[in-house]
Structures are given as C-alpha cells and as structure tokens.
Design a protein around this ligand. Structure first.
Ligand code: SAM
Length: 258
C-alpha cells in the first residue's frame, strides 16, 4: 500500500512536469547533505547551513526568472532552510523545481508555487495569517520569516505534530499549529488579514470568507479533484468580494467532512 502510494506520487510528479504544471525541471544539488532537522539554531543562524547556494539558485532560476518580484518573499525564501522540511530520503531534491512527497500521500509544494501564492497575499510584518494545509510546515516558515503572526491547520494528525516539532527545531517558535479540518478556518483567532489555502476544495469555503478581515486577501486553488484547478485571489473590499484568476495549478484535494 505504502509502495503503491509512493509509486503514484512519483507518477503524478512526472505527469505534472510533462504537462508543464511545474514549468521547468531544474535540479539543483546542495553543497552538502547535512540534515538540520535536529538542529536547534534560530532562523537567521540557518543561513550558513551548506545549502546557501542551492537556495540562491532556487530563488534566481525558479522564482525571480518567472516574474516574482516581492523583495520580502525573495528574502524569506533565501533564508528558510527548505531541506529541514523535506524527508531525509528526498534531501538531494530539497531545492529542486517540483513538489516532493512528505508522507501520508501529501506533498511539500514546488518552491515557485509557494512564492507565487505568498506574493499574491502581500504579507506585511505583523499580519495575522491563517494557512490551511500545514503539510511539512515550510509555507508557514516562509510566512513567519516575513514576520507574520502565523496560524496553520492540518487535517492529518501525524503531519501536524511533525510540522509543529520541525518549526520549533528550526526556530519558528511562534507559529501555532492545530490538527483539524481547515475548511472551517480557525475561528478563535479570526479575523485574519491574510488566508492561504494549500489544498484544493471544489468550492470556496464560506467560513474562510467570514474569517477574512475587511481589506484582507485570500489565496486558494479551487477545482475538481485530480484535475487542473484555478488559483484564485479573493479580496474583501467594503464588504464586497473581488476575485482575480492567478492561473492554473494542481494541488492535492482539501479533504474532510463538509
Ligand atoms: N503548505 C504545505 C507545505 O508547506 O508543506 C503543503 C501543503 S500540501 C500541498 C496540502 C496539505 O493540506 C496536506 O498536508 C493535507 O493533509 C492538508 N489538508 C488537506 N485537507 C485539509 C483540510 N480539510 N484541513 C487542513 N488541512 C488539509
């Protein structure tokens, strides 16, 4: 069963690269294969971790080259040790131009997609941000590096525990991780200036719109399971919702009972 799942993921990643959904397939080798997952360093200390060049190349060749310009996003992605959020067996692929399996049939998103969604959020220091779909914790770390106040919800308990632990180990001690169904948001801390959803529902979850602050931005992929979805930006302006299509993407489905 586990074997089948990993074969399926490999096959999906291969098909995605053929379809151009992870445009380009640049492999960037790390300078070293040091596993920082057990490190207790702070985010700024992780800068000299042997993967600095790999991160710089990722930002330059995969992200800036595709048009991402937000300096704060680029700086955060230069700093966050992505390899610390990737399973050991995929360490040599940590900065490669595609998503990677993280167990339980889930993935850490392609670096470019993380950058695209984060730029669309227009994160400001101090923003209260809700993430639905914690996964590895990498996206939450990027938001925390941008000095956002991050709340993140993950439906798979093991992933929630793992991400909470990993975020702490790497030094992002203020990120709050909850195990639950993110379709319903995280009411206690609402409203949020920004909401990012990293798994795809087939419709816009109303609780998320309700928990978005006036003037807030919500970035979410919406579409059928197993097919190409559309990445949408929703903005709440004077109580009205404005939408913008950010293009085609492919995400794992938003699961749960709703
Ligand atoms: N943002 C993640 C990262 O940086 O690694 C990648 C997210 S992965 C593409 C999508 C995640 O959404 C998976 O971990 C999956 O278990 C989670 N998920 C799916 N449905 C969910 C739901 N209803 N509530 C919360 N998390 C959900």
């Amino acid at each position: 069963m586990v074997k089948n799942t990993s074969v399926q993921i490999t096959l999906i990643l291969f098909i995605m690269s053929i379809l151009g959904l992870s445009a380009g397939c640049q492999q960037i080798s790390p300078e070293a294969t040091t596993d920082l997952s057990a490190s207790t360093s702070t985010p700024s200390q992780t800068l000299k971790d042997g993967f600095t060049n790999a991160r710089e190349n990722m930002v330059k060749l995969q992200i800036q080259a595709r048009g991402i310009q937000d300096a704060a996003v680029l700086e955060a992605m230069r700093k966050v040790p992505r390899h610390a959020f990737v399973p050991d067996k995929h360490l040599d692929q940590a900065y490669a131009d595609h998503p990677l399996p993280i167990g339980f049939g889930q993935t850490i998103s392609q670096p470019y997609i993380v950058a695209l969604m984060t730029e669309a959020l227009e994160v400001q220091p101090g923003d209260r941000v809700l993430e639905v779909g914690t996964g590895s914790g990498y996206q939450a770390a990027v938001l925390a590096e941008m000095q956002a106040e991050v709340y993140t919800v993950e439906i798979i308990p093991e992933l929630a525990d793992q991400a909470r632990e990993q975020l702490k180990q790497v030094g992002y001690t203020d990120v709050e991780v909850k195990n639950g169904d993110g379709y319903y948001g995280w009411e206690e801390n609402a409203p949020y200036e920004k909401i990012i959803v990293t798994a795809a529902p087939d419709h816009l979850p109303q609780p998320l719109i309700q928990q978005l602050k006036e003037g807030g931005r919500l970035v979410i992929p919406i579409g059928p399971i197993g097919a190409v979805q559309t990445l949408w930006l929703y903005e709440k302006i004077d109580g009205e919702i404005q939408t913008k299509n950010l293009g085609d993407v492919r995400f794992v489905p938003l699961t749960g009972e709703h």
